[in-house]
Design a protein around this ligand. Structure first.
Ligand code: SF4
Ligand code: SF4
Length: 434
């Protein structure tokens, strides 16, 4: 699309904004900072002026557009139907094209395109992480030994271990259904965080699927879903990653594609449609987008809940933004958790409010992200439950940090880990995940 056509469309979308200010009451960033400059309304007004040629894309706009979690709450809340998330992304992309992307990010996104080099880099990182990050005495993560401002890591922030062996290197690329005739084939798109940080959650997904009679295919050619590059405005890198994944998933075939991260799932289902419009990969994308399901949706539709055994955990659930507002998944995880015999479930207040992670937002604005997260921790702890369950590794990381800062005993698990434990209990096996 030529730039003038893009700007015309942006101006048209932004012009739908009636300036009612309703989005201010829902925007987590505005609620903390009370600054009109970073409201969705203000961003829509700026993009309208840019589209009409009345405003230059100045470096000063960079911070205003960066201060957004892309939580989509404003979009869902807007009575005028303004696509605020698309406007913000367009703003970031236009700013990136005009002013460039910080070198560290550009190098990281370019590195993502070279799957094997990226893999080697993270495997080496796992070997040497102890030199830069020391383990916490309680074993629940690491903190930096010295400030790393360029990486957005203060010495206070608790981060998880990089796995000594990534998920995809632990598992075969085809795993057969267990103890029964196969019901069909499920392609598992692991995403980066399950692969390199939370492999136990990925193994839980595979355990659920194979024990419910599904063959699992884990295609080797899959790479990062591209969201970090896309949301930063690096359209070249995100397009390259989208094309690689669409090619890989189309070749893998399978009856369904399962994700266990709302961000990856929403990218495969929706964002790729915007990115790939007008490219040769668009038709292939259409064949895969309709097959994508979050693991909680898949379990509810295609797995046998009666096979789950007793699991006496006390849990609450946090809705990841991209799962609830990107993939429209909120009832499914709750239904499944509440179907587990012996499990006590208590809903938390504002369960679908952003936890403050926002991808690289929490690295760029750690203190602000902490303030937003504190509300989540307050609400989670008020339930009196022992576990917070969620379906996104980025939320998991940020909430774990928040709990750790408080010295809370509450722990965070992925929905799939809880389900795998319940199925293991049903088979009278030792708990799959502790
Ligand atoms: S974006 Fe929507 S909710 Fe926000 S000011 Fe505009 S019309 Fe109102
Ligand atoms: S996406 Fe979320 S953080 Fe960004 S402007 Fe909208 S409500 Fe605020």
């Amino acid at each position: 699309m030529n730039q003038q056509k893009m700007f015309d469309e942006i101006a048209q979308e932004a012009a739908k904004c009636s300036r009612c200010g309703g989005c201010r009451s829902i925007c987590p960033v505005f609620l903390e900072e009370n600054n009109e400059n970073t409201t969705p309304r203000s961003k829509a007004r700026m993009m309208e002026a840019v589209g009409e040629g009345d405003l230059e894309l100045s470096p000063g706009m960079q911070e205003r557009f960066a201060k957004c979690l892309l939580c989509k709450a404003c979009k869902v809340h807007c009575g005028s139907g303004v696509g605020t998330d698309a406007l913000i992304l367009s703003g970031r992309a236009a700013l990136a094209e005009k002013n460039g992307i910080p070198l560290v990010k550009k190098l990281a996104f370019t590195g993502l395109r070279y799957r094997k080099i990226f893999d080697l880099f993270l495997r080496s990182g796992a070997l040497f992480q102890g030199l830069i990050f020391k383990k916490l005495p309680d074993g629940h993560g690491r903190i930096a030994r010295f400030p790393l401002p360029g990486a957005g890591l203060s010495v206070r922030r608790v981060i998880p271990d990089l796995a000594s062996r990534p998920l995809r290197s632990r598992l075969a690329s085809i795993l057969k259904a267990k103890g029964t005739e196969s019901k069909g084939q499920v392609v598992f798109f692991t995403g980066c965080t399950l692969n390199y940080i939370y492999p136990a959650a990925g193994e839980a997904v595979v355990s659920i699927l194979t024990n419910n009679g599904w063959d699992v295919i884990i295609p080797e050619g899959q790479c990062c879903c591209g969201t970090p590059a896309f949301t930063t405005g690096d359209l070249d890198s995100s397009l390259a990653l989208a094309e690689q994944n669409v090619k890989t998933l189309a070749e893998a075939g399978g009856d369904y594609i399962v994700t266990a991260c709302g961000t990856c799932g929403a990218a495969l289902q929706h964002e790729y449609g915007q990115l790939l419009a007008g490219t040769a990969s668009m038709e292939k994308w259409k064949t895969i987008a309709g097959k994508v399901l979050d693991i909680s949706q898949f379990v509810l539709q295609y797995c046998d809940l009666t096979q789950m055994g007793s699991l006496p955990l006390k849990v609450t659930y946090h809705d990841p933004c991209h799962l609830v507002r990107g993939m429209n998944v909120s009832a499914e995880p709750r239904q499944i958790l509440q179907a587990i015999p012996g499990l006590a479930y208590t809903e938390m207040t504002d369960a679908n409010r952003c936890c403050g992670a926002g991808g690289s937002f929490s690295a760029s604005y750690y203190e602000l992200a902490r303030q937003i997260n504190d509300k989540k921790i307050d609400n989670a702890e008020a339930t009196g439950m022992d576990y917070l369950v969620t379906g996104c590794s980025s939320c998991r990381m940020h909430i774990t940090d928040g709990l750790s800062q408080r010295g809370s005993s509450m722990k965070v698990l992925h929905t799939a880990e809880v389900l795998a434990m319940a199925y293991a209990a049903g088979r009278k096996e030792q708990a799959y995940v502790k």
